[in-house]
Design a protein around this ligand. Structure first.
Ligand code: ATP
Ligand code: MG
Length: 387
């Protein structure tokens, strides 16, 4: 049996000039999430129609509920433009919604773009509403604050559908270019990546791994997070960078209070090379102003000065509670709080610098003579792909 979804797209409707391109990207992203599932997507005036098979319902709904750029979606029924057919189908949808809501109140919204249809929008709503009231004594009409809604659209066919499920909105992944996420095992960076993906960036990620100071479990945790992010963003490459040698160098040569910031600088430099090698245009971190010593204005100024690429920090103005809320929404929270050490915590000084002076740290960094080591770390990094 066939199934039809009506998909409403969010912000795209504002993108007048290049809307076509955005729509194409969104269509591509939905299709890509449904390999081997037979679907047909047609685009019509700010809406998508997706036709598929009833037996693929779960897969289709998983794809629609996780594709960035979709504002809402619902199963729709396509009928002949005939009042009897419209009424019957609307009653069937009403019966299901009334069951879900213990009766409740409803409203019918009709849009008629086929002006040759003999009844006006208002008449279609009134006629159908009366039919539902006659057949379902447990429900009432409330046009101001209904518990559920039935929509009727009369265009090439008559489309009837109930409440839509909310999508996750945003701009389609890929429409804004590509970003490299500095992904640690913590709570913040997965949220930061997700937020930038919702602004249209396609993501790749980089993780700095200081084995054996950070365990295989810590790496597994980061992979699990990458997989969870990929659920929303589509394919994602994770670059696992061996970071131990650089950390040992810091431990032996750097001033203790500068270790954290010099380590951050090393991360940004390596990420910069990986990004440039792969044509990635920007970086993303989970930094939030003043959360820790390495996230003061001065510290961020210094770490950011280690790349020419823009560094996006979408969490900069968010408090921990708001970040955790999003982490729970995208299901990364439980993984992030698993207790494996991050490379930063192991070598971190007791009293890190809080107000570093950029040019002094640049000097300290050059005294490390780390260039070859950093280059080697890039070369030895391993790429893991998540679908
Ligand atoms: P998170 O929760 O994302 O780990 P955090 O609050 O613990 O962030 P820091 O540990 O200071 O903050 O890290 C700041 C940012 O630096 C992280 O959000 C992440 O983008 C990046 N980062 C830190 N450690 C690593 C790592 N081992 N690999 C990749 N990126 C890292
Ligand atoms: Mg961290």
């Amino acid at each position: 049996m066939e199934i039809l979804y009506l998909i409403k797209i969010g912000e795209l409707t504002l993108k007048k000039g290049n809307r076509n391109q955005f729509e194409k990207q969104l269509k591509f992203n939905i299709k890509r999430k449904l390999p081997g599932v037979s679907t047909r997507i047609t685009i019509r005036k700010g809406r998508f129609f997706l036709e598929g098979r009833m037996e693929d319902r779960e897969k289709i709904e998983e794809a629609l509920s996780t594709t960035i750029g979709i504002a809402g979606y619902t199963i729709a029924f396509k009928e002949k433009k005939d009042m009897e057919e419209i009424r019957e189908r609307a009653l069937e949808v009403a019966r299901e919604l009334s069951g879900q809501h213990n009766g409740g109140t409803f409203k019918i919204e009709t849009r008629r773009s086929d002006k040759s249809f003999p009844l006006t929008s208002y008449q279609i709503s009134a006629d159908t509403g009366a039919y539902i009231l006659d057949n379902l004594p447990e429900v009432k009409v409330d046009v101001h604050n209904p518990t559920w809604l039935i929509s009727i659209e009369v265009r090439d066919f008559a489309y009837i559908y109930g409440n839509e499920k909310r999508g996750i909105t945003g701009l389609p992944v890929g429409s804004a270019g590509r970003g490299l996420l500095l992904l640690s095992g913590g709570i913040d960076s997965p949220v930061a990546g997700y937020m930038m993906a919702r602004r249209g960036l396609r993501l790749d990620a980089v993780y700095f791994h200081a084995y054996p100071y950070t365990s295989d479990e810590a790496l597994d945790k980061v992979k699990a997070l990458a997989r969870k992010i990929a659920r929303y963003t589509g394919g994602l490459s994770l670059f696992v960078v061996p970071f131990t040698d650089f950390q040992l160098l810091l431990n032996s040569k750097a001033r203790e209070e500068e270790i954290t910031l010099l380590m951050r600088a090393g991360m940004v430099r390596i990420a910069d090379t990986i990004a440039k090698n792969r044509g990635i245009q920007c970086m993303i971190t989970g930094e939030s102003l003043s959360q820790v010593a390495s996230q003061t204005v001065e510290s961020i100024t210094y770490t950011g000065s280690n790349t020419e690429l823009p560094v996006f920090r979408p969490l900069i103005g968010l408090d921990k509670e708001s970040i955790i809320r999003v982490a729970k929404e995208i299901d990364t929270y439980e993984t992030s709080i698993l207790p494996y050490d991050d490379c930063c915590t192991i070598f971190s000084p007791k009293h890190p610098l809080v107000n570093p002076v950029t040019h002094k740290l640049k000097e300290s960094f050059s005294h490390l003579d780390a260039e070859d080591l950093l280059k080697e770390a890039v070369e030895k990094s391993e790429r893991v792909f998540f679908k």
